[in-house]
Design a binder for this molecule. Structure first.
Ligand code: MF3
Ligand code: CO
Ligand code: CO
Length: 285
């Protein structure tokens, strides 16, 4: 610790500041639970955004994305081949879609940031599998972290797991430190690079892990018209999950744990596969 750079020391929060981050994470998770039943076929992403905006304001908080670098909405809604930063609009969710809803709230000046990928009705096996992979990669990475871990531990966990399943890891968009600001050091790439082999996660640091996993190639293309939407270059599906974490003396603490969302070990299921399974069962009995 003695050799720690001044720059890194600034990222360590006092116990009071850590509690403020716990409160921000808790509020953000409650908002994710609130929005959960509204993410379904027949609703527009704009209506989801409106609900998120109202809930945030009504509870006395601030949607962090609204006006952030001129971003126009209170959440990101990224559907199918959209990797991240999809802007809520008049699109109506339909059976078979996967949608990542990414929510960030400012609570008394502190940021909570998380996302989940939701299934709309029956999804294809490929969309299910890439969603499962993103979810498992998030928890594998969290479980690999210990106090003082190198940031590269995350990439060293995520990349082999994604590749083992035939998927790829996005490199252009990364996790981040957060606190009073939305995006702080350290950068949290989901692949190992030079800086992540240097940076360490000391007790008292807050950061996100938010792997974006592509079914096809890892390459991305950002929308030239809206300036935000990031899609897979090959048009294949992409999925993501995100948590805000606090490194403690005992390891990482998840600050954005929901009450009703999927927990570590959750198995996402395709209704179609279920039905096929049921049919096979019925025939064999
Ligand atoms: N919530 C995203 C993240 O996890 C950032 C969205 S910034 C926006 O870092 F401007 F696109 F909303
Ligand atoms: Co986010
Ligand atoms: Co984030």
């Amino acid at each position: 610790m003695k050799s720690m750079l001044k720059k890194q020391k600034k990222l360590i929060l006092t116990p009071e500041q850590q509690d403020a981050m716990r409160r921000a994470g808790r509020v953000n998770a409650r908002l994710m639970d609130y929005i959960r039943p509204h993410v379904k076929a027949g609703v527009t992403t704009l209506s989801i955004d409106n609900l998120i905006h109202s809930w945030t304001i009504d509870n006395g908080h601030i949607p962090a994305t609204l006006g952030y670098q001129n971003y126009p909405k209170s959440c990101c809604t990224s559907i199918n081949d959209v990797i991240c930063h999809g802007i809520p609009d008049e699109y109506t969710l339909k059976d078979g879609d996967i949608i990542n809803v990414d929510i960030t709230t400012i609570v008394d000046g502190w940021h909570g940031d998380q996302s989940e990928t939701f299934f709309i009705g029956d999804v294809s096996e490929q969309r299910r599998a890439v969603t499962q992979c993103a979810f498992d990669c998030l928890y594998l990475a969290i479980d690999a972290l210990t106090p003082g871990s190198r940031v590269s531990t995350i990439g060293e966990t995520v990349v082999p797991e994604a590749h083992r399943r035939g998927f790829t890891v996005v490199r252009e968009y990364v996790g981040h430190g957060l606190g009073r600001a939305f995006h702080l050091d350290p950068s949290i790439p989901h692949f190992p690079n030079r800086q992540s082999r240097i940076d360490r996660l000391y007790p008292g640091m807050c950061f996100t892990v938010e792997p974006m996993i592509n079914a096809g190639s890892r390459y991305t293309r950002s929308d030239k018209v809206d300036g935000w939407t990031v899609r897979t270059k090959d048009g294949m599906a992409s999925a993501q999950f995100e948590h805000t974490l606090l490194m403690t003396e005992d390891g990482p603490e998840i600050l954005t744990q929901t009450e009703y969302g999927p927990r570590k070990g959750h198995q996402f299921e395709c209704l179609e596969a279920d039905r096929a399974g049921e049919k096979a069962n019925a025939e064999s009995t």
